[in-house]
Ligand binder design. Structure first.
Ligand code: AHG
Ligand code: MN
Ligand code: MN
Length: 315
């Protein structure tokens, strides 16, 4: 039996788009290749401590870089090499970076390494990306995204990709070096019983968030799970249902998560899977970004959970 690969699905979708010239396909192929390289480096992160930190040579006599720095540099290089990307912005870069050749019709935003604090303890980490057409402005509302996805580097490497047409998940088969379709046509459950929030910040939360958490606890039907890598927490939310929250608090007035690199791609993915996202009572995809590091609070997940969150926090 032939299991479709990520490349098969990307090519199939290219055919659905009238007038497609394959330029988006080239960008996606570059991201897929970068993901495989990051995955192989992630597998060796435990060795970095033995072999030396940034600035030292590893066993292969290569310069050892921190994984977030390495992933960032790799994605910038590989995206511009496609000749299809006009500009990139990354959580690891202070400003928008323009293609040296000023060519390309696309803009790519990415969080090269999400969940960095998990690296030292071999916890799950990820990469998030979001693709737009080149427009009058680089910073556009999330509802202009044409594709988004994430890669989860866990016990296996999983690539979840959404286009206008569909959302599918793929697992890397290391023996052949291909991502194989393992979660076709993902649909998030309408309701789930898992909530995910950093409750260590409880005393900093406002009364609305505290009231919602009290509701979850009194119903006694919820489980708490928090990995501390949005990619890993969102992957579980997508498959099992429930809700993930990073609210504003008295220290972080706008929350912690970045609209362009984390919130918008996840909101795009979750909507394609039938779920829902809200930020201060509205859809984050309708927020006009004012800066590359624009942060917003977020509640995202199964539709019924997010509606319940809205009802309780609005009362
Ligand atoms: P990054 O590693 O890219 O900076 O992102 C970390 C983010 C996100 O992945 C995660 O959900 C959240 O920060 C965790 O924050 P807390 O440690 O404050 O809970
Ligand atoms: Mn992140
Ligand atoms: Mn990051």
């Amino acid at each position: 039996m032939h299991i479709p690969t990520l490349t098969d699905i990307i090519l199939q979708e290219q055919q659905k788009a009238p007038n497609a010239k394959g330029n988006l396909t080239l960008i996606l192929t570059q991201i897929v290749d970068a993901a495989k390289i990051i995955a192989s480096h992630a597998n060796r992160t435990g060795l970095v401590d033995i072999l030396g930190k940034t600035g030292n040579k590893n066993a292969y006599d290569e310069e050892v870089q921190k994984l977030d720095e390495f992933s960032n540099n790799l994605l910038v290089k590989t995206l511009f090499e496609s000749n299809q990307v006009y500009a990139v912005a990354s959580e690891e870069l202070p400003d928008i970076l323009y293609s040296p050749t000023k060519t390309g019709d696309y803009i790519v935003f990415f969080d090269p390494l999400d969940g960095s604090s998990n690296i030292d303890t071999n916890g799950p980490i990820g990469t998030i990306f979001s693709i737009y057409h080149k427009n009058d402005t680089v910073l556009q509302k999330g509802n202009k995204q044409i594709a988004a996805g994430y890669i989860l580097y866990g016990p296996s490497t999983i690539f979840v990709y959404a286009s206008q047409y569909s959302i599918n998940g793929f697992t890397l088969d290391p023996s052949i070096g291909s991502f194989l379709l393992s979660f076709p046509n993902i649909k998030i459950p309408k309701k789930g019983n898992i909530y995910s929030i950093n409750e260590g910040n409880y005393e900093l939360f406002d009364e609305h968030t505290k009231k919602y958490l009290a509701h979850l606890k009194t119903t006694k039907s919820y489980k708490a799970r928090y990995i501390g890598s949005m990619v890993a927490d969102m992957h579980r939310t997508l498959l099992k249902g429930g809700i993930f929250l990073y609210p504003s608090d008295s220290k972080n007035k706008e929350g912690k998560l970045r609209l362009l690199f984390e919130v918008n791609p996840m909101a795009f993915l979750i909507e394609k899977a039938g779920g829902m996202a809200v930020s201060n009572g509205k859809n984050p995809l309708d927020i006009l970004p004012i800066a590359v590091n624009h942060k917003v609070p977020i509640a995202i997940g199964s539709k019924e959970n997010v509606e319940e969150f809205l009802k309780i926090t609005n009362d």
